[in-house]
Design a protein around this ligand. Structure first.
Ligand code: SF4
Ligand code: SF4
Ligand code: SF4
Length: 307
């Protein structure tokens, strides 16, 4: 029996689709067992029929539905609901789908502020009205998929590691459960921790004239004064090799795999981690966004009352 797969992309960048296409040799084992019946990034399958003849969005029935991207407008919301109706299992692919991702940084602002900034507040833009004709209304904020529909499998990451896509599909095809490990990026990090305190902490690449070649490549970045979200971020981005993706190229973790466990609060945990080594979390510029860069849905990021 062939497993039918439907894939959709909502508020997002397209990088997660590249990860699907990047699965590599593992796809050779999967291909005889699966058939993609809907995938806008590579298939010309239009919502309202090839000539716009249908009155309602049409997505074919499938055994597995993969949704990348969160919900930023009413069309995304409707497509997510139709995917849930048409697909037996739903996978949330990537941090945009799992937690809102980068688009959910917009949740720190009211809709009017966003419209003003985009259509009237940038130097390169001729001021004008926000477009409103024939466009779906924006939702009041960016929502993660599971705020609208039930999600069965989460594959976080910006993007996730291609091996997780292959592993998840293989497990689901074989009727087995799939779950990512509940350990931190630090648990997989090969850099040496000497439990040495530092006096100051700053974000990567700040100030702009900072020279990364001066860092000791063998030592924990946090112990060299660079903010790293490894302690509060779920491991897995290194795939089978385990070495965290950013660490392997000498930059700190920014938290894209999200909380280690459902319900965890990485911002509070990270502030605790900084305080425990004698650092004032207030040193971190733009603290709310920096510590929750990829997880702004679920009401984690919202406009401050004073705005
Ligand atoms: S999770 Fe990252 S790579 Fe995937 S769609 Fe969102 S922004 Fe793009
Ligand atoms: S804080 Fe960052 S650099 Fe240090 S051990 Fe954890 S992941 Fe590695
Ligand atoms: S090191 Fe952190 S930010 Fe980088 S890919 Fe891994 S989880 Fe994402």
């Amino acid at each position: 029996m062939t497993i039918r797969i439907a894939e959709e992309w909502l508020a997002k960048c397209g990088g997660c689709e590249v990860t699907i296409l990047d699965v590599g040799e593992a796809i050779l084992d999967l291909l005889p067992k699966i058939e993609f019946v809907h995938m806008p990034v590579i298939m010309d399958h239009k919502y309202y029929g090839q000539t716009g003849e249908r009155a309602e969005i049409e997505i074919p029935e499938a055994d597995i539905g993969i949704i990348a991207g969160g919900i930023r407008n009413e069309e995304h919301r409707e497509v997510a609901k139709i995917m849930r109706e048409k697909c037996k299992i739903i996978i949330a692919l990537g941090s945009c789908a799992c937690f809102g991702g980068i688009p959910a940084l917009g949740n720190m602002f009211k809709l009017d502020e966003i419209y003003d900034k985009v259509y009237r507040g940038t130097k390169s833009t001729e001021p004008g009205d926000a477009p409103s004709v024939d466009l779906p209304h924006l939702t009041d904020r960016v929502y993660a998929i599971d705020e609208e529909i039930k999600v069965d499998v989460y594959l976080p990451g910006c993007p996730t590691h291609y091996s997780h896509i292959a592993e998840a599909l293989t497990a689901l095809i074989e009727g087995k459960p799939f779950k990512l490990a509940e350990r931190s990026v630090c648990d997989d990090c090969p850099l040496i921790r000497e439990k040495k305190a530092v006096a100051t902490i700053r974000r990567n690449l700040e100030p702009l004239d900072y020279d990364p070649t001066k860092l000791d490549k063998t030592r924990c970045l946090m112990e060299q004064g660079i903010l790293c979200l490894g302690p509060v971020t779920r491991a897995g981005c290194g795939g089978p090799d385990k070495t965290p993706r950013c660490i392997s190229v000498g930059i700190p973790c920014e938290g894209c795999f999200g909380p280690i466990r459902p319900g965890a609060n990485p911002m509070v945990e990270m502030m605790g981690a900084l305080s425990s080594i004698g650092l004032d979390p207030k040193q971190v510029l733009d603290r709310r966004a920096t510590l929750q860069r990829f997880i702004g849905a679920h009401n984690r990021l919202r406009p401050l009352p004073t705005r």
